[in-house]
Design a binder for this molecule. Structure first.
Ligand code: ADP
Ligand code: MG
Length: 746
């Protein structure tokens, strides 16, 4: 089972690892993922319900606040919740104003006291005293107090965090300054440095918060598709209730210009509904009584009443939000490495600071220099940029991707997608439309065509395969009445056998029928002629004898060739795997421009081909329709499934595509590659920054106040770098949502 906690009080990668450690120590916990950005923790393991309070207690003991959440998406919801975000930003702004308001007078006194007071011992003491009082005010104000309190708490609990480093820096300079003032030794007096450190931390946190909120914007616009309240019929009237209270069977009103809150069936009214989020189709769809509506779609015009059929996490929008939330909670391999580094960082930094202090004291001969460089080391070394480097990119990327119909399951799938070098297409429903129609029925045995059609279609009635359904449709259109089959047996990706009106009827691929020991030439005397057929075929046997075959037509998507070319231009090798026969497969491959084709493959064959590619060192994205290709999808480095928004649940796929053009695959590759690059840049800069700045600080070349500024800048840099992402892929933000995801020739 898994539990999600909301954690507050974390500021850097160091905090993340102490919370992770604390949670891992709780008995029964198997897996813990803590995220700085969403301030949440996912805990998995054998946890009886009452253990949750133990988890909360463990986090509190480590010096952070914890709270139980109902679902992972609740963490994202809280993150993008408008009023919560506004309140958070307001608090940061208030702290910022107070910090600056108290720091400016200190700086003023520090630099202009000569001009204001005669340089006597008394006036010296007086203005130093004023500085000291201002600093203490800053330290106990809402600006300074939270930082110092959290730092002291960390010291108390013997865990290192960013606030501890800052607190040590501030306290050291405050104590030094007090000593210097009393002893009349100006070299020790750095009231202004202590104030600047606190003020700059506040500036940094305020700017960082604003940038983080912007990073969540794309996800926020998705969350808006899940309204908080809805009008529900209770008795004779419509009352406004929170969406969580809607139950299956409730009659809900969906007025114009609003998002539909849950899935349901229309009972009254008429409306044009924009379903692009769920289908990629840009044209509004007319809904009338009897039509199904999906939660998260938008009523453009008109108004409907509908009966809720699935609600909450079971509804289409609920699942999409859940998936996007999950994407926030996973970690990439790179991030895990960075977290491990950050965990050992604080003790190392403390050691370096101590070394700098004693070094300067013993050999530099200056106690004030010793204090100054130790403080600078403490302040500059915070690994906060390291903690943000990856999650902020994952957040921006998964947000814009979701708006474009690309749902990434988790951070490591995004990372993996950015590294793929091979795309394997399961032909049907990806490169072709996947909506086959019967082209011709060819009878090769002696039976009359109508009988063959009736028996074959009857056998196929219980199959969900597109070819089966096309055959049934075809028979119904020809007004053939279909008896219901007795026994029925289906082999996925191969065919079906059923007992119909006392006959044993088998319908399926040539391989399937010969495996069943069907006698007679399957294509009859049409042999050579029939092999010109470019679409899929199914063969029919009645009572163990070949009876005929059906040829289908499955149109190639107009945009397939250009999407394939786009991937090739990125250096990606492509291959088609299909259950169809060689000729049909080759025809599609030639039309879209792919060399390698595997034909007449069973689902197991597809899976082993994919696994063979992976074993040979290729990083494979397997693209399928997600229904009968689950095994092959799961075997690939990344499974990519085309799905409607209504069925994005399949565990096999790491990425779900909502829409109908293979260009989405190329889009996903583009986005993931840029995301990987930006993550690398971020980690590089965060590391380099720490590696470069510490020596400067230790050798006394970086004053404490400048160290504080540099630290604030480094986390800001990684967040701003992440915000660049949509533009770096060539997507403008507005574009992402309005992009046509349906099939159009490019
Ligand atoms: P693809 O690889 O194109 O997705 P499938 O693996 O789904 O194709 O099916 C491969 C072949 O198996 C089809 O061309 C068809 O001949 C046969 N087949 C699979 N399922 C059925 C079915 N339910 N009825 C008849 N034939 C089937
Ligand atoms: Mg298929």
């Amino acid at each position: 089972m898994s539990v999600t906690l909301r954690i507050s009080g974390m500021h850097c990668a160091g905090c993340v690892s102490s919370v992770e450690q604390a949670l891992r120590a709780v008995p029964g916990v198997r897996e813990v993922t803590v995220q700085l950005l969403t301030e949440s923790a996912d805990v998995r393991g054998e946890l009886p319900p009452d253990r949750s309070s133990q988890l909360v207690a463990a986090v509190r003991a480590a010096g952070y606040e914890a709270q139980l959440l109902t679902s992972p998406s609740a963490a994202t919801q809280a993150l993008v919740n408008d009023s919560a975000a506004r309140e958070r930003l307001r608090r940061h702004r208030q702290a910022l104003v107070q910090a600056i308001g108290l720091t400016l007078p200190i700086l003023f006194l520090e630099h202009f006291h000569h001009a204001m007071w005669p340089d006597t011992r008394i006036s010296q003491l007086l203005f130093r005293f004023t500085e000291g009082v201002l600093l203490v005010m800053l330290m106990v104000s809402p600006a300074g107090a939270p930082i110092l309190a959290s730092g002291l708490r960390a010291a108390w609990q013997r865990t290192g965090n960013m606030d501890l480093l800052i607190t040590l820096g501030v306290l050291a300079s405050a104590v030094g300054s007090a000593y210097g003032s009393l002893m009349n030794d100006a070299a020790y007096v750095h009231f202004h440095a202590a104030a600047m450190i606190l003020a700059l931390v506040c500036v940094g946190r305020y700017l960082e918060q604003r940038a983080r909120d912007r990073a969540a914007a794309a996800i926020a616009s998705l969350a808006q598709r899940a309204p908080r309240t809805a009008l529900v019929r209770r008795g004779a009237e419509l009352v406004s209730v929170p969406v969580e209270q809607i139950v299956v069977g409730d009659v809900v009103s969906a007025p114009a210009h609003a998002a539909i809150p849950t899935d349901g069936d229309v009972t009254e009214g008429e409306a044009a509904v924009d379903e692009s989020l769920m289908t990629g189709e840009p044209m509004p769809v007319l809904k009338r009584p009897g039509s199904a509506v999906l939660g998260g779609t938008l009523v453009m015009e008109g108004m409907i009443l509908y009966r809720a059929t699935s609600v909450g996490r079971a509804s289409a929008i609920g699942r999409i939000l859940e998936l996007v939330a999950q994407a926030q909670s996973g970690k990439t391999a790179m991030q895990r490495a960075a977290d491990r580094v950050a965990a050992v960082f604080t003790p190392i930094v403390l050691a370096v600071a101590a070394l700098a202090f004693f070094g300067w004291w013993a050999w530099g001969g200056s106690a004030s220099m010793a204090a100054r460089s130790a403080i600078a080391v403490l302040v500059v070394a915070c690994p906060c940029a390291l903690g943000l480097a990856t999650p902020v990119v994952v957040m921006v990327a998964s947000g814009v991707a979701a708006l474009r119909g690309i749902l990434v399951r988790n951070a490591s799938m995004l990372e993996a997608m950015g590294g793929i070098d091979t795309v394997v297409w399961d032909k049907t429903g990806t490169l072709t439309q996947g909506a086959p129609e019967v082209e011709s029925l060819n009878v090769t045995g002696g039976a009359p065509a109508m009988d063959v059609l009736r028996l074959a279609a009857a056998a196929e009635q219980l199959s969900t395969h597109p070819l089966a359904q096309a055959l049934v449709r075809h028979a119904r259109r020809a007004n053939v009445s279909l008896p219901s089959p007795g026994t029925f047996e289906s082999r996925p990706g191969q065919g079906v056998c059923a007992r119909v009106e006392g006959h044993e009827v088998c319908v399926g691929s040539a391989a399937y029928l010969s495996e069943r020991g069907i006698s007679g030439n399957l294509t009859g005397d049409l042999g050579a002629d029939a092999s010109k057929q470019a679409g899929p075929r199914v063969f029919i046997a009645i009572d163990g004898k070949a009876a005929g075959f059906v040829s289908f037509f499955d149109a190639i998507r107009p945009s397939s060739a250009s999407a394939v070319a786009r991937l090739r231009a990125r250096g990606i090798t492509q291959e088609i795997l299909t259950g169809d026969e060689a000729i049909a497969a080759r025809a599609v491959a030639d039309a879209v421009g792919i060399e390698r084709v595997g034909s007449a493959m069973s689902p197991a064959g597809k899976q082993s081909r994919v696994e063979e590619l992976v074993r040979s060192g290729r990083r494979v994205a397997m693209v399928g329709d997600g229904v009968n290709d689950a095994a092959a999808l799961a075997g690939a480095t990344v499974g990519v499934a085309f799905a409607g928004g209504a069925d994005v649940t399949g565990e096999a796929a790491g990425i779900h595509l909502i829409g109908s053009t293979p260009h989405l695959v190329a889009d996903a590759v583009d986005l993931a590659r840029v995301a990987r690059r930006v993550i690398r840049q971020n980690l590089f800069w965060a590391f380099v920054y720490n590696a470069l700045m510490i020596p400067f600080a230790a050798t006394g070349r970086l004053p404490p106040a400048a160290a504080a500024a540099a630290m604030a800048l480094s986390s800001l840099t990684v967040v701003l770098n992440a915000l660049r992402l949509p533009r770096a892929v060539g997507w403008r933000r507005a574009d992402a949502a309005n992009q046509t995801r349906t099939d159009q020739p490019a």
